[in-house]
Design a protein around this ligand. Structure first.
Ligand SMILES: [Zn+2]
Ligand SMILES: [Zn+2]
Length: 241
């Protein structure tokens, strides 16, 4: 019954026990592989939660996590904090920095960021993995299956290392003030007069007196992808068209 009532019980228990390895393993389930930035996201979230808990003890559902880039780090944040893209607990500021701010609605907030010196020293600390990363992920050079497997193996090993390094070498922790937007309102839907799909009222336009979705209207909309937020336009291509 408890599992049904609180599906995040296992994760919350790992947080209370300070079991960072256990948390990283859970984050791997979401992320699909183990890598240093995933581990850093797990650890940064844990540090922020601990700092907030010390001040006030409210339920996790009151939390929001603000991330500043959508790299592997953000999946560690989502798994540990439970603030996700889907539950509107996750706020994305498109700043391109590896940092997370965890805030209680109407309460205190803590921002944990990666130190620049730490990032600079990364390739010296992991020369083999960094060279392979450069070759495979950055330059998309031709590689063998063995090289790709080696990178995943080294990355997985180094991800667990990130949990043990002295905290003040890796992170800057600051208490900050943030304005958290109100809980996501529920918007009514209207039916697009062209494609017939339902669309949130705030995302619809009116054409010839009838509602029309942004795609059918050929209007611009925001897209979040691997490069951050940009303005998109147009429809997904249909198969065969
Ligand atoms: Zn990753
Ligand atoms: Zn439409």
């Amino acid at each position: 019954m408890t599992r049904v009532m609180n599906p995040r019980k296992e994760i919350e228990d790992l947080i209370s026990k300070g079991d960072l390895e256990g948390l990283l393993k859970k984050a791997g389930e979401l992320h699909g592989h183990f890598c240093p930035y995933l581990a850093l996201g797990v650890r940064a979230s844990y540090i922020a939660l601990k700092a907030l808990r010390a001040e006030q003890s409210t339920g996790m559902e009151e939390l929001v996590a603000i991330v500043e880039t959508n790299n592997c780090f953000s999946d560690g944040v989502q798994m540990v904090t439970g603030c996700t893209f889907g539950n509107n607990g996750l706020i994305y500021r498109d700043l391109g920095k590896t940092a997370v701010t965890i805030a209680q609605r109407g309460g205190p907030a803590v921002r944990v960021a990666l130190k620049a010196e730490y990032i600079d020293g990364f390739s010296t600390r992991y020369p083999e993995a960094s060279a392979l990363f450069e070759k495979i992920v950055v330059k998309h050079e031709e590689t063998t299956q063995a090289e790709r497997e080696k990178l995943m193996e080294l990355w997985a090993e180094s991800s667990f290392d990130q949990l043990k390094l002295p905290e003040d070498e890796v992170f800057t922790v600051k208490h900050v003030k943030v304005e958290v937007p109100p809980l996501a309102p529920i918007f009514a839907s209207v039916r697009c007069s062209v494609c017939g799909e339902n669309v949130m009222e705030t995302r619809a336009r009116v054409k010839n007196g009838k509602p029309i979705c942004l795609e059918c209207a050929g209007a611009e909309y925001y897209v979040l992808d691997g490069s951050g937020i940009s303005v998109g336009k147009g429809k997904l291509l249909q198969r065969g068209s």
